[in-house]
Design a protein around this ligand. Structure first.
Ligand code: ADP
Ligand code: ZN
Ligand code: ZN
Length: 738
């Protein structure tokens, strides 16, 4: 019989694999002799699974329940993917929360495989940092005690040297580092930074005091920092991080799209120098390994990154900051469909850490949780630093432009504002949201948009000229004249950034125009180049998608034109109004960041819409109350929870059959379990009904209690197994867009 752990005879490993089965995803494999030395707990390995090779993580070394069909681990992909027990608990939580597999959750946490990295910085020096009476306390761990004694008497050895001197293996040294009895000392020259800090405003002082209070509590705390654009939120972040650092704890700072915000990264590096680690997707494996190692060893105290940096392998986490917490990019599109905000709260709970959620336009869900008695504390920065004015916002009614015979995509006020900037040598930004790729049908004369009578969601135009609701499946054929005003100017609505560029060039020949969207920035580094040219060259107009809505701080920009607020207003999603308010506020915040104040012109066919009016007035609170009453009336989140179940496959008939079977079965489970208040909506074609030759249909589960929904969906997921071989089923708990 094989023996258990340690002692060199760990012959069987329990591996969590990344496979599409629900429920137990860990299986036993034999550890081949040749790999026995190499494989450790949490190693990423490749194993055979139903006829193919898949990746997984070693959870434990123990005996299989059944020796018969046992297979062998094929190879080690990555010996130490920076996982630990705490991150394993986090993965188990994700499994329950997002109805994903444990292997998938671990895969997300560990990130893409770095390989057998050899880049360990062997020269890092270890110093002893034991608590009082540590030696006595280690009476029953003689090896660890020996190491500690050596470290105390002969400081500044590398790990390997220390292990050799004490006559033990590296793991003993590592376990002392984990306990905090030994620390890795920075061998990199530490840059001495003496940045001149601005004197905080009263509001910033107040915010910081609240954050410090929360930190003192040594219990997990969440703070919603609601601050208008330019109110100095980032400065508050920087101070809180310094505080956290002085307590010997690490901070994670998430920003929505790190490659798009070089200015933000620069601010953190200016303040904290090489104590900053940056994690982003375009790093090489070697770079990523080096950064993760610096984080694990405590060399990096400030970790800056996009969504997945929430899984940074910190040793002593004290603070998590989520900037622009309302941003949809914090939710992962692929499995597991986690939200970094929720993961942050969970990690904070594990570490008694503080979470700061910062935004000028908090998500409704978040703001709601920060009101009276909610779990978050609300801290507000209502004014810009130096009391600088917020930009003036002017709304232009495009129906009037049509009435005046102007069929151009630019209204006359926008054209004259642009010419004025060009004359004065100031810069302008033209913004066009392209996220709404689904085609909606709109009347250019009266502004009427075709909507589902049941769901109040814009209907989507399909190829067969039918309009469909992708929440409930309602459908009609596309009208030829406007049902409201009878005009024939009713049609699919769509204009792209390229069109905008052409028009600008026609209107202002010789003007220096730059365009920033997915097409012009596909090459690595091109994003930065375009920005630099626009800023430092004599750029006059920058045209862009949501890419330019965030974080840009260009003092010479005094005009922002929103080419069409309707694109986001009419996305077929119950969050359309919220997205519009957020986008308008955010792009408006790009104007007038310097001495001169800024102007914003918003073009729309729906000038009375409350999301546009409240954005004009910089009035989040009014927006919040109005939108909450809409959500309440239709019972959308935060008054309910949703789970979206997406079916996709090559054959539409198969996809629909699967969706129908699921619909029936879900209803059956609801009845069986006697869970009340759970609705099953659909099946309906998904918002994008076909991607890459695969048809997409969806069901939506709606109910008041998230755990009820998850129970219903989870039960069926397990029962369904792989019933429909040709259809992929994908679950999204609390989807951000449907
Ligand atoms: P936000 O993150 O809320 O948009 P920032 O932190 O970027 O605001 O601050 C806006 C501008 O004001 C930045 O240029 C920043 O350097 C500056 N700033 C922030 N706090 C202060 C302060 N207390 N005194 C002077 N300038 C400040
Ligand atoms: Zn009309
Ligand atoms: Zn509907």
């Amino acid at each position: 019989m094989p023996k258990g752990v340690l002692g060199g005879t760990m012959q069987f490993a329990e591996v969590a694999v990344s496979v599409p089965v629900r429920g137990n995803q860990s299986f036993h494999y034999r550890v081949p002799e040749a790999l026995a030395e190499e494989i450790i707990r949490f190693s990423r390995v490749e194993v055979p699974f139903s006829g193919r090779l898949v990746q997984g993580f070693v959870l434990a070394f123990n005996n299989p329940p059944d020796l018969k069909k046992i297979k062998e681990i094929k190879r080690v992909v990555e010996q130490q993917p920076f996982l630990d027990d705490q991150l394993l608990v986090l993965a188990q939580w994700m499994e329950q929360r997002y109805l994903c597999g444990l292997g998938d959750a671990l895969q997300s946490i560990a990130g893409s495989a770095i390989g057998k990295a050899t880049g360990t910085k062997e020269q890092d020096v270890i110093i002893a940092t034991p608590p009082d009476n540590a030696i006595e306390g280690l009476a029953r761990a003689p090896k660890q005690r020996k190491v500690l004694e050596v470290a105390l008497s002969r400081p500044e050895h590398t790990k390997t040297e220390l292990a050799k001197l004490a006559g033990v293996n590296l793991q003993v040294v590592n376990s002392l580092i984990k306990k905090g009895y030994l620390s890795v000392k920075a061998t990199e020259p530490r840059v001495e930074l003496t940045p001149s800090l601005p004197v905080l405003t009263k509001e910033q002082e107040h915010a910081l005091a609240k954050i410090r209070d929360a930190m003192e509590k040594q219990k997990p705390q969440a703070i919603l920092l609601h601050g208008v654009t330019g109110s100095g939120k980032t400065e508050v972040y920087l101070r809180s991080i310094a505080d956290t650092m002085s307590k010997g704890r690490q901070s994670i700072i998430l920003i929505p799209e790190i490659s798009l915000t070089p200015q933000m990264v620069a601010r953190f590096k200016d303040r904290f120098g090489n104590l900053v680690a940056v994690l982003h997707s375009s790093m090489s494996n070697g770079e990523r390994y080096a950064e993760k190692k610096r984080i694990r060893d405590g060399l990096a105290q400030v970790i800056l990154g996009a969504r997945s940096a929430i899984f940074a392998p910190t040793e002593r986490l004290g603070l998590i900051i989520i900037d622009e917490e309302h941003e949809p990019s914090y939710k992962q599109d692929e499995n597991p469909k986690y939200h970094a905000r929720e993961v942050a709260l969970k990690r904070a709970a594990q570490n008694d850490a503080v979470v700061i959620l910062g935004s000028a336009t908090p998500a409704l869900e978040s703001y709601c949780r920060a009101r009276e008695g909610g779990p978050y504390q609300l801290v507000t920065l209502a004014h810009r630093v130096d009391n600088r004015r917020l930009p003036r916002v002017q709304i232009v009614d495009l129906r009037e432009e049509l009435a005046k015979g102007n069929l151009n995509i630019f209204s006359s006020p926008l054209i004259s504002a642009l010419s004025k900037r060009i004359e004065q040598g100031e810069k302008s930004i033209l913004f066009l949201n392209r996220r709404g790729f689904a085609t909606t049908v709109l009347c250019r004369r009266c502004g009427q948009v075709m909507k589902c009578p049941r769901c109040d969601i814009s209907l989507t135009l399909h190829n067969d000229q039918r309009l469909k609701c992708h929440y409930c499946g309602y459908g009609i054929s596309s009208p030829l004249t406007c049902p409201e005003c009878n005009s024939k100017y009713i049609r699919g609505f769509g204009v792209g950034t390229q069109r905008v560029e052409e028009e600008v060039k026609k209107l202002f020949p010789g003007c220096k125009v730059f365009r920033m969207d997915a097409d012009t920035t596909s090459r690595k580094g091109s994003h930065k180049e375009i920005l630099e040219q626009f800023i430092n060259g004599d750029g006059q107009i920058l045209i862009g998608t949501q890419m330019i809505a965030k974080g840009l701080d260009i003092p010479e920009v005094t005009l922002v034109g929103v080419v069409s607020a309707d694109v986001s207003l009419n996305i077929p999603d119950f969050r359309a109004a919220e997205r519009t308010f957020q986008l308008l506020t955010q792009v408006a915040g790009r104007a007038g960041r310097g001495e001169a104040s800024g102007d914003v012109i918003v073009q729309t066919y729906d000038p009375e819409h409350f999301s546009i009016l409240t954005a004009r007035d910089h009035d989040f609170i009014s927006f919040y109350h109005r939108e909450m009453s809409v959500r309440k009336a239709l019972c959308y989140p935060p008054f309910s929870h949703l789970i979206r179940i997406l079916f996709s496959g090559i054959s539409e008939a198969d996809v629909m059959a699967a969706a129908e079977w699921w619909q029936e079965s879900l209803k059956g489970i609801v009845e069986e379990t006697k869970i009340t208040g759970v609705e099953v909506l659909g099946p309906a074609p998904a918002g994008i009904p076909k991607i890459k030759e695969r048809f997409r249909w969806q069901l939506i589960l709606k109910g008041a209690v998230s755990t009820d929904l998850r129970k219903v969906a989870g039960t069926l997921l397990q029962r369904a197994g792989i019933r429909f071989k040709k259809v992929t089923v994908s679950i999204d708990v609390d989807p951000l867009s449907i």
